[in-house]
Design a protein around this ligand. Structure first.
Ligand code: GN1
Ligand code: MG
Length: 375
């Protein structure tokens, strides 16, 4: 994380509509892309905030990102209101709330060209990097199912594709192959096994794209970053809010399902170094699937349901391709905490693919069982 002095950070907070003076600004969360700080206000009863520097090397059009978020949060709020939620303080717990700047914009651009934004921080909420209980997993499934359902009537053409081809496996593989050819930091010789594993599965991993090309999958507005720590739960593990909306873009529901399962079903961390610890927690898969169908069954098509298992295999595979590409290019994209971090992450994700392949019939059986409850 780039370092900013507390004086600079307090000055940045002062650009936004916040009452009271700043008591503290502390680094917050475990995201790989943006820098996040928790802002405490020195005034009894005043709420706290999240200040974020949006990574403009990843998001080259930050105003478009912010416009997407404004549209999406506005639509979600309107839907909750239409469903009878009238208390605005409670709505602030269901939908991310942006704080405008004093010049009424949703981001502030500093002299160095950094983009900053501010959200209301939800008190007494938690997010988890690793899921512990079926209840948490079920709430995660409800969270993303509800998110997709409430956005299913927002015109996808209004949402800008701020990261083009974000989950297009063909483009991701092309980029990997280019990184292999360039071998910019001479790391290629270390990844022979990983490349062989990836290449063996290339064909199958195109299935979602093929289904989409043949018209089986509707384009929907999806979250595109459904790792479990992007769901906030309260102290009793009840769903509060879906966060991290930078990547909300048109896509296929299999991507969101697969990316969520990637973090939920894995008993170990995304970057676990000891590959023996990568093991599946199938009851959590079942709970997530139940929660997801509970919310999503009204809109899911038969084709979409049939694509979910493909997403489950594809997303950890694609994540490994992305981590490996970044490793070969010299670690420019994801924040890393040690020199081989991206390689370690890629290996962990490929091991997860292997474990998922071994349990494919069991996982498919669960999806079919849950689906059959909805006729
Ligand atoms: C990044 O920002 P964060 O950590 O939630 C990445 C996701 C990856 C994820 C892997 C914009 O998400 O796509 O799945 O890391 N976000 C972007 O942990 O690339
Ligand atoms: Mg994120």
């Amino acid at each position: 994380m780039s370092s900013f002095s507390s004086h600079q950070l307090s000055g940045l907070v002062g650009q936004f509509h916040v009452r009271g003076t700043v008591a503290s600004v502390m680094p917050f969360g475990s995201g790989h892309i943006n820098d996040t700080y928790r802002v405490q206000i020195d005034k009894p009863g005043e709420r706290s905030y999240l200040l974020q520097r949006v990574n403009h090397h990843v998001f080259s059009d930050v105003p478009a990102v912010m416009e997407n978020i404004r549209l999406v949060t506005g639509h979600l709020r309107a839907k909750y209101r239409a469903n009878g939620d009238s208390d605005e303080r409670l709505l602030d717990r269901k939908v991310l709330t942006l704080i405008p700047t004093k010049t009424d914009q949703f981001f502030y651009r500093d002299e160095q060209g950094n983009f900053w934004r501010m959200f209301v921080l939800l008190e007494n909420t938690r997010s988890y990097d690793i899921v512990g209980t079926p209840k948490q997993a079920r709430e995660g499934g409800r969270a993303f199912g509800q998110f997709q359902r409430l956005l299913s009537d927002l015109d996808a053409a209004l949402i800008r594709e701020v990261l083009p081809d974000f989950h297009h496996i063909g483009r991701r593989l092309d980029k990997l192959h280019r990184a292999v050819t360039a071998d910019a930091v001479q790391r290629c010789r270390r990844v022979g096994e990983e490349l062989a594993f990836i290449s063996k599965r290339e064909r199958r991993m195109h299935t979602v794209l093929q289904l989409a090309d043949s018209g089986e999958l509707p384009v929907r507005i999806i979250h595109n970053d459904t790792k479990f720590n992007n769901v906030l739960l309260d102290e009793e593990d009840r769903l509060q809010c879906v966060i991290d909306l930078d990547t909300v873009m048109p896509g296929y529901v299999a991507y969101d399902f697969g990316d969520a399962i990637r973090t939920i079903i894995n008993r170990a961390a995304e970057d676990e170094a000891d590959l023996r610890r990568i093991a599946l927690n199938i009851p959590l898969f079942e709970a997530y699937t139940e929660g997801y169908f509970e919310e999503a069954h009204p809109f899911l098509t038969v084709g979409e349901v049939d694509s979910l298992m493909e997403g489950v295999l594809l997303l950890p595979y694609m994540q490994a391709v992305r981590f490996l590409t970044d490793f070969l290019e010299g670690d420019h994209y994801f924040k890393t905490h040690h020199p081989d971090h991206n390689l370690q992450r890629a290996r962990a994700q490929l091991k997860l693919v292997e474990r998922l392949e071994a349990e494919e019939p069991a996982l498919l059986g669960i999806i079919n069982r849950v689906k059959s409850r909805y006729g």
